[in-house]
Design a binder for this molecule. Sequence first.
Ligand code: ADP
Length: 248
Amino acid sequence: MIEFENVSKSYGAVRALEPMSLEFPEGETTVLIGPSGCGKSTILRLIVGLIRPDTGLIRVEREVLRPKNVVHLRRRMGYVIQEGGLFPHLTARENVVLMARRMGWNAQRIVNRVEELSDLVDIPLERLQSYPSQLSGGQRQRISLMRALMLDPDVLLLDEPLGALDPMIRAGLQDELKQIFATLGKTVVLVTHNIGEAAHFAERIVLLRSGRVVQEGTLHHLLHEPADPFVDEFVRAQRSPLDSLDRA
Ligand code: ADP
């Protein structure tokens, strides 16, 4: 469980988040959605402790996030940034095991965990010898997910994890990711700007605009009980052009 209590954040003169209180329930997937610049990535960066809130408190598993426990709490979180963020000079395997090595895991424990994860994300072990530039976009995302899951975190944070992929690969990986989330039962926070993807992953969608939560709820709520004209506008703007062709 992650809780925001009255959290706000500015970058200099830019107000990225207005004071907000939000909960990310344990073992559930919450999707953050909204137009570019509305504060989605800022929320993830605050949870993972890369930046500090100007006001308010963030609790991760009931512990208040503070400078002195941020490193400890961060180990309980896996973070997949946009485009994966793999180190290009390390092989896929080296990327995956980096933190476990630093934590002093023994070789056998590392081998076992890598095997388990390669099964989970469906990537053959031999592919792990490749460098990121030798992998496809979809494979890189699978490796990023392995890296995020290596230490078996309680919380998984994903920032547009499928944003850079072409539509066919994206659709396949969406299904697999959803299956993986269901298998793991972790607290997941996923950022997207695509309403179809949001509805695919989560019962609970949090729609943001200009650093404010406009509405929280299911896609059904957003469609049928929009809290604000912006909700309707946002959802309609994202409807597939094929929908209107279909109706024509
Ligand atoms: P999103 O992920 O929804 O696209 P962000 O959380 O990245 O939005 O950004 C929210 C706002 O904060 C935007 O106006 C963005 O330009 C601004 N912002 C984000 N990071 C920085 C930064 N490091 N310095 C200055 N402004 C930033």
